[in-house]
Write a protein that binds this ligand. Structure first.
Ligand SMILES: *Cc1c(COP(=O)(O)O)cnc(C)c1O
Length: 360
């Protein structure tokens, strides 16, 4: 690793691959002979058009996005999509499954526009697990079912694809997109704020099946109308030009590793290091149920708040940063997105062992 860089376990914005930062640095003042930075370019310039088009092409290739899906590069974060989803899709009713804070926020937003039916709310269990298919009675007449695939704050993940029959499945993948192989055809809409696994903050990627376009409510702001944004190829107004450029570099980096399949192997190995240790530890208690564990956000605590604080402080002193858990779970959270090298996780586990030995 580059001198003076830390292992940053932040939940987002989070680490970017060092190779990406270096490439961006090298191209900062003069992108590809244009004599200017990507930041300074018109989004209508030919040189920029190539950047956004190739970003989309690379994303389509890596995720295997079929031709009958549109890819939109939007702004406003996943949180704006919480409102865009009902505005574009809800005629009467939608099912929401609440497995954490963000899916709860999505349901709250949905309620402003119609019947956002909460099928299950795992709050009484402090969002420590994902419900099974059998537990859920979905509405056959819903316009869509909304889930959050990876629950960033609680460290849980849907480890199966919910079967919704003919009802479109709408999935927030902000904190797991590009981390493992997925079958896009199982979803009606996939969306993700880019600042966890794709790019710097300011970009939101929406992948939407074509037949779902064209139903936006009349009062939908134009920049939130997926159909308009699809027709204008995300250029109705100025897109988030620099994050889209960096997203392209991140996708090149994934390609250079061997694609998402290879990355998934590394991600599984990284998560296994942490979970195996948590399972044998007598000090640390993992938050997520075994069958619902996230590959990207690993949550744990000692059960003693002072000891947790001591852990976070001592870890920071040796270059393991931002390990404090979200206030709603407490304890610690290690976000180990694509860009976290396995060495960072090894160093964290070694530190946890040492900490446990000293604080029995
Ligand atoms: C971070 C996050 C959000 C919120 O994203 P913003 O871009 O800040 O709106 C929503 N959902 C998930 C799963 C997240 O991880």
């Amino acid at each position: 690793m580059f001198e003076n860089r830390v292992y940053n376990f932040s939940a987002g914005p989070s680490m970017l691959p060092e190779a990406v930062l270096k490439k961006a640095q090298a191209e900062m003042l003069n992108y590809n002979g244009s004599g200017m930075s990507v930041m300074e370019m018109s989004h209508r310039a030919k040189v920029y058009d190539e950047i956004i088009k190739s970003c989309e092409a690379k994303l389509r290739k890596l995720l295997g996005i079929p031709d009958n899906y549109k890819v939109l590069f939007l702004q406003g974060g996943a949180s704006l999509q919480f409102a865009s989803i009902p505005m574009n899709l809800m005629k009467n009713k939608a099912d929401y499954i609440i497995t954490g804070q963000f899916s709860g926020n999505a349901a709250k937003e949905g309620k402003k526009y119609g019947n956002a039916n909460v099928v299950a709310d795992l709050k009484p269990e402090n969002f420590s697990r994902i419900p099974t298919q059998d537990e859920l009675s979905l509405s056959p007449d819903a316009d869509y079912v909304h889930i959050c695939v990876n629950n960033t704050i609680f460290g849980t993940k849907w480890n199966y694809v919910l079967d919704t029959g003919d009802v479109p499945l709408v999935a927030d993948m902000s904190s797991c997109i590009l981390s493992e192989e997925i079958d896009v055809t199982k979803y009606g809409v996939i969306y993700a704020g880019a600042q966890k696994n794709m790019a710097p903050a300011g970009l939101t990627v929406v992948i939407v099946r074509e037949d779902l376009l064209g139903n936006a409510r009349p009062e939908t702001p134009t920049v939130m109308d997926w159909k308009v944004m699809a027709e204008k190829e995300s250029m109705y107004n100025t897109p988030s030009t620099y994050p889209i450029y960096v997203c392209g570099l991140v996708l090149d980096w994934i390609e250079s590793i061997g694609g998402i399949g290879e990355l998934e192997k590394i991600n599984r190995a990284k998560a296994k290091l942490l979970y195996d240790y948590l399972d044998e530890s007598k000090l640390f208690i993992p938050h997520a149920a075994k069958d619902s564990r996230s590959l990207m956000n690993v949550t744990f605590r000692t059960g003693d708040e002072e000891l947790d604080a001591k852990f976070v402080k001592e870890a920071a002193a040796i270059g393991l940063l931002t390990l404090k858990g979200h206030r709603s779970v407490g304890g610690m959270r290690a976000s180990i997105y694509n860009a976290m090298p396995i060495e960072g996780v090894e160093k964290l586990v070694a530190f946890m062992r040492e900490f446990e030995a000293k604080n029995k």
